[in-house]
Design a protein around this ligand. Structure first.
Ligand code: PMP
Ligand code: GLN
Length: 382
């Protein structure tokens, strides 16, 4: 039972953010930007509230938003998505992930993900009664070993949960690996749930949605949200796209998780998705520059840094500084040096936690001057 797992009571993000607030530390722990998205979208959301958008939205989302999501998939990836039957709006990507897993995973089914993995996957698989199997992503490049990946599939595998670009490592997965995953999913007749919340946040590489690969669409649910691309993490509007039969099942479960999602935000989110190309490229370039600022600062503090290709996190090894446990360090750092980070071990099962024991994740979706000050503070870590 999930309720028996004391350590699942409070997520690590809550715990570390609370410590950061308590000690007035720079919070490079929880992944949220310190600058809101564009004012014009806030104005649209505000107009929704002062206007008439204060009652339930349709369960699967207002049509203009579903249409904007479908158009976004066509515009960026050439995917032909029917807004009537192949899109569902959810309360953040988190709800889409939970609904997809609860819709298709039965007790005892195996669900495969890479490790480290975003924490909600483990929790949702636990709630479904499924068995979470993992394939390790190891430094320096955090790419899986293909033999290990092939060996992880068997007749009980029901679903693969993929996260590309990847939180927490910042790695991205290329066409060859994605094609291998599709081949394995077909061979073992399992579904793919692809969490692409960082789809627009890549640095020097193109994002490839797995749903675009031959043979993938009919077995893939693709998930994203407004939070990361548009810096509105608190709006909690996400979505899932995929073939009608899979989306219908996600909708059915969503009805009983939240029924529908924040009405007033939905027209604003529809507008964000239609932003001109410049918005997407400028934001990614800006974040790429911030990642360099923080990477340089972490290196100067003596850590070993693994530069990301996407998302907004950097993984750094604190072992060169003489620390052998990043979890303990993360709990002390807000007080001792005034900076918060998240230990990688919390994104892992037991064995993975041992392997990643000295690794720490730092978020760089913060103002450059804050990243510089955080680096200065971290240079006093010894
Ligand atoms: N997936 C990943 C990989 C994430 O990092 C996050 C955190 N934003 C989520 C899902 C949850 O997204 P949302 O806030 O839209 O629920
Ligand atoms: N996705 C964010 C992160 O990885 C946190 C979201 C949350 O607090 N659950 O930091």
């Amino acid at each position: 039972l999930l309720s028996d797992q004391g350590d699942l009571g409070v997520t690590i993000f809550e715990e570390i953010t609370a410590l950061a607030l308590q000690h007035d530390a720079i919070n490079l722990g929880q992944g949220f930007p310190d600058t809101d998205g564009p004012q014009m979208f806030k104005d649209i959301a505000a107009a929704g509230v002062t206007g008439r958008l204060n009652q339930y939205a349709p369960g699967s989302g207002i049509f203009p938003l579903r249409k904007a999501i479908a158009q976004h998939q066509e515009r960026f990836y050439g995917l032909d998505v029917d807004p009537e039957s192949e899109v569902v709006v959810t309360t953040g990507a988190t709800e889409a992930i939970a609904a997809a897993i609860l819709a298709f995973v039965n007790v005892g089914d195996e669900v495969l993900s890479f490790e480290p993995f975003y924490d909600s996957y483990g929790a949702a698989i636990g709630l479904s009664g499924g068995v979470h199997k993992t394939v390790a992503l190891n430094a320096p490049d955090f790419q899986p070993n293909i033999t290990e990946l092939r060996g992880a599939f068997n007749e009980r595998t029901r679903m693969v949960v993929l996260n590309n670009p990847h939180n927490p490592t910042g790695t991205t997965f290329g066409k060859e690996l994605l094609a291998e995953i599709v081949t394995l999913a077909k061979r073992h007749d399992c579904l793919i749930v692809s969490d692409e919340v960082y789809e627009h946040l890549t640095f020097g590489v193109d994002h490839i949605p797995i749903a675009c690969l031959p043979g993938a669409w009919e077995r893939t649910i693709t998930i994203s949200s407004v939070g990361k691309t548009f810096s509105f993490t608190g709006w909690k509007v996400g979505w899932a796209t995929g073939p009608a039969n899979l989306i219908a099942a996600v909708r059915t479960v969503k009805q009983f998780l939240s029924y529908s999602s924040g009405t007033a935000f939905q027209p604003a989110v529809a507008q964000t998705l239609g932003s001109e190309a410049r918005f997407f490229t400028d934001f990614a370039r800006d974040l790429g520059e911030r990642s360099e600022v923080l990477a340089g600062g972490l290196e100067a503090s003596g850590m070993r840094v693994y530069r990301p290709q996407g998302a907004y996190f950097i993984v750094a090894d604190v072992a060169p500084l003489g620390f052998d446990n990043a979890l303990d360090l993360a709990r002390q750092m807000p007080e001792t040096v005034g900076v918060a980070g998240i230990p990688l071990s919390v994104f892992c099962h037991e064995e993975g936690a041992r392997r990643t024991r000295t690794l720490m994740r730092f978020a760089f979706c913060k103002k450059p001057e804050l990243l510089i000050e955080a680096s200065r503070r971290l240079s006093t870590l010894t």
